[in-house]
Write a protein that binds this ligand. Structure first.
Ligand SMILES: Cc1ncc(COP(=O)(O)O)c(C=O)c1O
Length: 347
């Protein structure tokens, strides 16, 4: 099919099965990093803009404002180009440099919050404040406010439709990350309508406050709700069966392990979700077809998660995670990838 606009490339992402030895389960990785902006957030960013345009709140030639750690900002920057809008992204030092560079390349006006913050501290409260202030000051500007915007969760209806079709309706569990909660809510609601027995698991970074645990700084980017912030109105707890926490080391080492053993580059938050999904399968809490979104790709974290010195300097390396994953995925898994039945046609 030949498309005539970049937004036509959003969605219809492929699925990659990762079988788990000694169990009848497999992780079904939905490769959301294949969206044109490199993350699942392309879906909701466009949906939020469409909703604002439809309601008349936002006019052509108007200005969109959002506080973003990067991926939503990239999706909004693309949508702004499509609809002839201006986009002001309010960011902090926690956002990956490469994500900010992409937003700028797409024409976004990137504004950093002022103030001094620890390296692993997210300045989300100040980001929200500045974004709301700019929206009041600039004529024709609309603050997207993804944490409280119903069109965030609503942006994942195609994701649900796609995965149901990809696995013939046989979904036993979904394990996803939770930041604003938009993807978790939109996807879990949709899947529960389809099969009320499917288990919905939300994973936040240790240090995030979504599930009432004590808040402290963390390095996982784009996910969780940091201390001092409030959990977004978009998050519907009633559709989540289990809430879990994953440490930065578990998340990052898993992303690195998956890269080395399967050649798939996933981002840090996805590493965390894969770790927890495997743990739950091995504990027998979930099983069968377990869908996991690859929220974004490791390409966005080459200077951090995939940089040995960066990881070591912050004490985030942990060999135990590798042995644990070896145990869970086993040599059978490795052999499967280096399949002896694979015929290579070398000219
Ligand atoms: C890489 C990554 N993981 C997880 C999330 C969290 O997703 P949500 O805001 O839908 O909860 C985001 C959101 O920006 C993200 O960019």
């Amino acid at each position: 099919m030949i498309l005539n606009k970049v937004s036509g490339l959003i969605g219809n992402t492929p699925m990659l099965a990762l079988s788990i030895p000694d169990t009848a389960s497999r992780l079904l990785l939905k490769i959301e990093k294949n969206n044109p902006g490199g993350s699942m957030k392309d879906r909701m960013a466009r949906n939020m803009v469409l909703a604002a345009l439809k309601s008349g709140r936002l006019k052509r030639g108007g200005v969109i404002i959002e506080s973003s750690s990067g991926n939503t900002g990239i999706g909004l920057a693309m949508t702004a180009v499509e609809f002839g809008l201006q986009f002001i992204a309010v960011v902090d030092h926690h956002a990956a440099q490469d994500k900010i560079a992409v937003m700028k390349a797409l024409g976004a006006d990137v504004r950093f919050v002022s103030g001094t913050y620890q390296e692993d501290e997210v300045a989300v409260v100040e980001r929200q404040r500045l974004a709301a202030e700019l929206a009041m000051e600039i004529p024709g500007a609309v603050f997207m406010n993804q944490s409280d915007n119903a069109a965030n969760a609503g942006g994942y209806s195609d994701f649900v439709r796609e995965i149901v079709a990809q696995v013939d309706g046989k979904i036993d569990a979904y394990v996803g990350c939770v930041g604003t909660g938009g993807s978790m809510t939109g996807i879990a609601r949709g899947l529960k309508l389809h099969n009320s027995d499917a288990v919905m698991v939300a994973v936040e970074p240790a240090g995030s406050i979504v599930f009432g645990q004590p808040g402290y700084p963390y390095y996982q980017s784009g996910t969780g709700t940091p201390a001092g912030d409030t959990v977004g109105l978009v998050l519907d707890y009633s559709c989540i069966d289990l809430g879990m926490q994953v440490t930065d080391s578990q998340a990052f080492e898993t992303a690195r392990y998956i890269a080395r053993n399967t050649a798939l580059l996933v981002g840090g938050s996805t590493g965390g979700v894969i770790y927890k999904a495997l743990e739950l399968v091995h504990k027998g809490v979930i099983g069968g077809n377990v869908v996991v979104p690859v929220a974004d790709g490791g390409e966005k974290y080459l200077h951090t998660v995939f940089n040995d010195s960066w990881l070591e300097a912050r004490g985030l390396t942990d060999q135990h995670v590798w042995s644990q994953l070896d145990d869970w995925l086993g040599t059978a898994h490795l052999l499967e990838y280096a399949s002896p039945t694979l015929q290579l046609n070398v000219a």
